[in-house]
Design a protein around this ligand. Structure first.
Ligand code: UT7
Length: 319
């Protein structure tokens, strides 16, 4: 039996840190409101010239180094992003060229904040089928480019960044089980409803969100999908060493852990440090907790995400 296993992690944040106090000077908001409603203290914003592929490149280099592999071993690249550099080619192809790799398949996955969990699960299938042996899976975003900086209800929530993992074929399970879902009926509560047509932007090019509706939806499906994933492999909530939900809002993270009956010490929180980085948030949190020594070899980690679409999913991973 072939399984896939995470053998290296990496992440990258742009250098430009923007604190809540910085935002207070730019708009009608307050550090107190942002911290108490979301837990966010700061976010990092890409500088001019930084793109999803350039952030992905740094995160990928860190993941490759931590896996101790040569980039040439990578035979599959999947990038989860909703803020690609171009309409085409894909950000994965741009990343492939930047890494100096040729020939292997490279493609993007568009599932907004669930993108990394979708990409990881997809790479797992490719490896378990025996077609590929070493995948680079990345979540990379520059959400600052699709925010309406006059809409305080959304712009304070998001940041830019990237996270990556190297997934290798192994005889022991790394990805133990996963579950993916979508329901396009909820398109209206979170979207960027614009497009490019005949050389012009048509519709609205900024992120629009009904925050309270998203909040309620997220808490419900994160609980359901974690239980579904555990059910697929016959494990219990008590078997989970660490919970890494999509880092959108501290209140959503804490409610999810509580509904699942997991103690708060098992919850990995990084949203305070970088805001909601969409598809980058789960691998950023994973890399942080691997590097600070909390997540160790053998630990079981529940990765889960929810985002525009609506999409949601989870993957139970043994490190
Ligand atoms: O990655 C995709 C997933 N996205 C999410 O998970 C986001 C989910 N939703 C949320 O996290 C929360 O709903 C928010 C953080 C977006 C909003 O928190 P809330 O407690 O649901 O607040 P609200 O939208 O109901 O707004 C409450 C008040 C309003 O004022 P009034 O009408 O009560 O006077 C807003 O105008 O807070 C006001 N407000 C702000 N005040 C200061 C909204 N944004 C701000 C702001 N600063 N930045």
């Amino acid at each position: 039996m072939i399984y896939s296993r995470i053998v290296g992690t990496g992440s990258y944040l742009p250098h430009n840190a923007v604190t809540n106090a910085d935002l207070e000077r730019r708009m009608d908001t307050s550090d107190e409101w942002i911290r108490s409603r979301t837990g966010i203290r700061q976010r990092y914003l890409a500088q001019e010239g930084e793109t999803s592929s350039s952030l992905a490149l740094e995160a990928s280099r860190a993941a490759i180094a931590s896996a101790g592999i040569d980039a040439g071993e990578i035979d599959l690249i999947i990038v989860a992003t909703s803020t690609p550099d171009y309409i085409f080619p894909s950000t994965a192809c741009l990343l492939q060229a930047k890494l100096g790799i040729k020939g292997c398949p490279a493609f993007d996955v568009q599932a907004v904040c669930s993108g990394f969990v979708y990409a990881l699960s997809t790479a797992d299938m490719f490896i378990r089928s025996g077609q590929h042996r070493c995948a680079l899976v990345v979540g990379a975003e520059v959400f600052s480019r699709i925010l309406d900086w006059n809409d305080r209800g959304t712009c304070v929530l998001f940041g830019d960044g990237a996270g990556a993992v190297i997934l290798k074929a192994d005889q022991k399970p790394g990805i133990i089980a996963s579950a993916l879902h979508a329901d396009g009926a909820h398109v209206g509560i979170l979207s960027v409803p614009g497009s490019i047509c005949n050389g012009r932007v048509t519709g609205d090019p900024f992120l629009r969100m009904d925050g309270p509706a998203v909040f309620k939806f997220a808490v419900r499906v994160l609980d359901e999908v974690a239980r579904e994933t555990l059910g697929k492999c016959g494990l219990q909530v008590g078997d989970v060493d660490w919970l890494i939900p999509h880092q959108a809002n501290l209140r959503i993270l804490e409610s999810t852990a509580k509904r699942l009956g997991l103690p708060p010490e098992k919850l990995i929180v990084t949203v305070d440090m970088h805001g909601n980085t969409s598809a980058a948030s789960v691998p950023l949190a994973l890399d942080t907790a691997v590097r600070d020594g909390r997540i160790r070899s053998g630990h079981k980690v529940m990765l889960q995400a929810v985002g525009g679409g609506f999409t949601w999913g989870a993957a139970l991973v043994q490190m």
